[in-house]
Each structure stands twice: as structure tokens, then as C-alpha cells.
Ligand binder design. Structure first.
Ligand code: PLP
Length: 407
């Protein structure tokens, strides 16, 4: 008899987005003529920047002849991309990161799930609420929690992010080892300010904790005083691992390319207390479990660091940010409190009622798909997340339909 991993039985429900997909399917079976507008899924809709398309074509041409052909690439990623990242994403911002501290991967979701394999199962883990559900679920699967009651797993330290604290996670009173931070946050859209991030870094240094910093949406930050990377904060190299993705920032959700930064100063401990380099552990894992990311994807990502690529990717984000502003303003006019949408493609709305009930209302009466906030944590029970990853026309029409329903 093959026994399944017992921790999977603790998982609350299906993955949030599978539940949404099922409700949409049921709706479409009932009302096949309604044209749905999707403001739910965090998937982009705009085409890739032209600079990336050109790089993809050039990579195909290279591989089509014997001289240009490449087989397995370096597990950690090609030097041409890692060098560009170190220079343009970090060093220009005063963040001291070297190319060999960067690991290219197929996606941040995969890396966030895999990174916790480096750590012992009895670590104390702190996770904001609400946040990207993958942090919680992967720790449940790894056996770092007890069962869930009332939407929360025992054994996890939840960091509530509500209107009362400006949706900024507060440093917990009880000691923790692993701290997840997401800035700009999915789903609230709130970006941590420099002094807030500094407080977390100082806390991690004082308590030998490690921060897992998810910056998948950093390219949406438009206020120059806000940090894009945790390594802009003094002392972070020793206590933080950072995740970056090209998915939302350059339309790579289908291409698949991302990276994780594990600085060489980041030290964890073996069971006997001897120091271990997190960088060396992650490199070892990569060598064993990865053969790298496709050459095409890495060439396309490299193109994002040319002046043309940077301009085009920024313009893409600007379009989504304009939609986010439209949504935020529209909902404020409807009298519902919102946050996000300024440095983020997400708007987080307090509906004043149960999130799934509001989801069903928008779906059934307006043909609009949103994301119920309860899927991101208990603090999201009355909220929905709207995503700006649609066309300006669809966003405007969605608002009109919603206004009619809520009027
Ligand atoms: N991190 C956050 C906060 C996200 O919201 C998402 C996707 O929605 C990801 C990571 C996944 O990124 P990737 O497409 O690189 O796997």
C-alpha cells in the first residue's frame, strides 16, 4: 500500500484558483451567452515587449545551426542574464548583489515552494494575512503546521494586515525563524516603505531569523522613495533571500523565467549548530534537481535590460497601472474602501460582506470575475481582489456593469 503524504490532508480546500475556475464553469453552463470579464486571475493579457520577441526569434535562429546550437545550459542560468540582473536590478540601486548570487529559474512560484526544502520542518514560520496563498500551502505540505481550524493552521504565526495597521505586517511578539514578506503585496497592493523594511531586517538580524522576500511586483513601484529590493536595506544580505519574476513585470507568465537571489552572507545552521551557507545549499539543490531554464527564455529576459526593452516593459506596466487607478477610483466612488492600485496591479476592496457571496453577486449579476479575499487569508474574509491585467476597454466596461449592480 502506498501511503500519501499525510500533510496534504490538512490542506483547507482546493487551490483558490481551481475553486474559482469551477464556479466560472458552472456559471457558463447556466448562462452560455454572457461575455465574462475577468478581473480575477493574476495573469497578464498584453503581448510580450517587441525587444523580447526579437530576442526570441534570434535565439531560434542561433539554435537552428550547428555553430549556434546549445544543449544543457548552466544550472544557475547563463552569465549574460545574471550579469545584466546584478547590474540593472541591484547595483544601480545601491544593492550589493553579485551575478553568482543569482539563480535563474522557471518561476517564482516554483522557487518559493522549493526554497523551504532547505530548512528544518520544526521552524517557526511567520506569514502575512492576507498574502499569496502559496506560502501557507507549501509549508502545510512540508509538515510545518498542524491542522486548520477557522481558516488558520496551528503552528503558523499569522501577521494580520488590516486597515487598522495600514495593511503592513507588524513584527510579532513571539520569536519566529522564517518570515515571508511580499512587497508590493499580493493581494493588498501595499508596498513596504524603507523604514518598515529596515525594521524587519533589524529584527531578523537580532533574532537569527531569515526573511523570504517576494518582490514579484516590484516593477509596478512608481514612488522613487520606496525600495524595490530588500538588499537596498543595510544588513539585509545576511538575513534575506529575494524572489523576482518576469511574469507580471514583462508578460512572461507563459514564457516562464524568474530568479532567486541567495547572498553568500546568508547563514543557516546545521542540526549540530555548525554554520551552513544558504547559498551553497541552494546551489547544491539546483545542481541535483535542475537543468536550468530554456535558452530562449533567458535571451528574452536579457532583452529586458536593453534601453528599448526597459522602456517597453515599463509601458506595459503603466497600462496595467492606469487600469488599476480606474478600478480604485471607481470603487471609491461607489463608496467601498480600497487599497492598492498605486504601486501594484491589484486593488483590494472591502465589500462589507462575505467575500464569496460578493464574488457570486458580481459573477451572477454582472458577469465579472473577481478573486474572493478569503482565499488569501482570514483577514480577507470581507474583501475581494481586482486585477488590472485586462484591457482598458474591458476594465471600463466591468466598472459600468458593477456600478449598475451596486447602485
Ligand atoms: N509571487 C507572487 C506574490 C505572485 O502573486 C505570483 C503569481 O501570481 C508569483 C510569485 C508567481 O510568479 P511566477 O509566475 O514567476 O511563478
Amino acid at each position: 500500500m502506498i501511503r500519501a503524504n499525510p500533510h496534504y490532508q490538512k490542506l483547507n480546500t482546493d487551490y483558490l484558483f481551481s475553486e474559482i475556475a469551477q464556479r466560472i464553469q458552472a456559471f457558463q453552463a447556466r448562462r452560455p451567452d454572457t461575455a465574462l470579464i475577468h478581473l480575477g486571475l493574476g495573469d497578464v493579457t498584453g503581448p510580450l515587449p517587441a525587444a523580447c520577441i526579437r530576442a526570441l526569434h534570434a535565439a531560434v535562429d542561433e539554435l537552428s545551426c550547428r555553430d549556434g546550437f546549445r544543449g544543457y545550459g548552466p544550472e544557475q542560468g547563463y552569465g549574460f542574464l545574471r550579469e545584466a540582473i546584478a547590474q540593472h536590478d541591484f547595483r544601480v540601486r545601491g544593492a550589493p548583489i553579485c551575478a553568482d548570487e543569482i539563480f535563474i529559474s522557471e518561476g517564482t512560484k516554483v522557487d518559493i515552494g522549493n526554497i523551504q526544502a532547505l530548512f528544518a520542518t520544526d521552524l517557526r514560520v511567520a506569514i502575512p494575512d492576507p498574502v499569496y496563498p502559496v506560502y501557507v500551502d507549501t509549508n502545510v505540505m512540508a509538515g510545518r503546521t498542524g491542522p486548520a481550524t477557522g481558516g488558520r493552521y496551528s503552528g503558523l504565526s499569522y501577521l494580520p494586515c488590516t486597515a487598522a495597521n495600514g495593511f503592513v505586517p507588524e513584527i510579532p511578539d513571539t520569536p519566529v525563524d522564517l518570515i515571508y514578506l511580499c512587497s508590493p503585496n499580493n493581494p493588498t497592493g501595499v508596498a513596504l516603505r524603507r523604514e518598515q523594511l529596515q525594521a524587519w531586517v533589524d529584527h531578523a538580524r537580532a533574532h537569527q531569523a531569515l526573511i523570504l522576500f517576494d518582490a514579484a511586483y516590484e516593477a509596478f513601484i512608481r514612488d522613487s522613495s520606496l525600495p524595490h529590493s530588500i538588499y537596498e536595506i543595510p544588513g539585509a544580505r545576511e538575513v534575506a533571500i529575494e524572489f523576482r519574476s518576469y511574469s507580471k513585470t514583462a508578460g512572461f507568465t507563459g514564457v516562464r523565467c524568474a530568479y532567486t537571489v541567495v547572498p553568500k552572507d546568508c547563514i543557516v545552521r546545521h542540526l549540530d549548530g555548525t554554520p551552513a551557507s544558504a547559498h551553497a545549499l541552494w546551489r547544491r539543490r539546483h545542481q541535483t534537481r535542475s537543468n536550468g531554464v530554456s535558452y530562449f527564455a533567458q535571451r528574452a529576459a536579457q532583452a529586458l535590460y536593453t534601453p528599448e526593452g526597459r522602456r517597453q516593459a515599463r509601458a506595459l506596466c503603466d497600462q496595467y497601472l492606469a487600469n488599476a487607478r480606474t478600478l480604485r477610483t471607481g470603487f471609491q466612488q461607489l463608496g467601498l474602501p480600497c487599497t492598492g492600485g498605486e504601486h501594484s496591479p491589484y486593488v483590494w476592496i472591502d465589500t462589507g460582506q462575505d467575500a464569496w457571496a460578493f464574488f457570486d453577486l458580481l459573477l451572477d449579476q454582472a458577469g465579472i470575475v473577481c478573486t474572493p479575499g478569503s482565499g488569501f487569508g482570514r483577514c480577507g474574509q470581507r474583501h475581494i481582489r481586482l486585477s488590472a491585467f485586462n484591457s482598458a476597454e474591458n476594465t471600463a466596461e466591468a466598472l459600468e456593469r458593477i456600478a449598475q449592480v451596486l447602485a
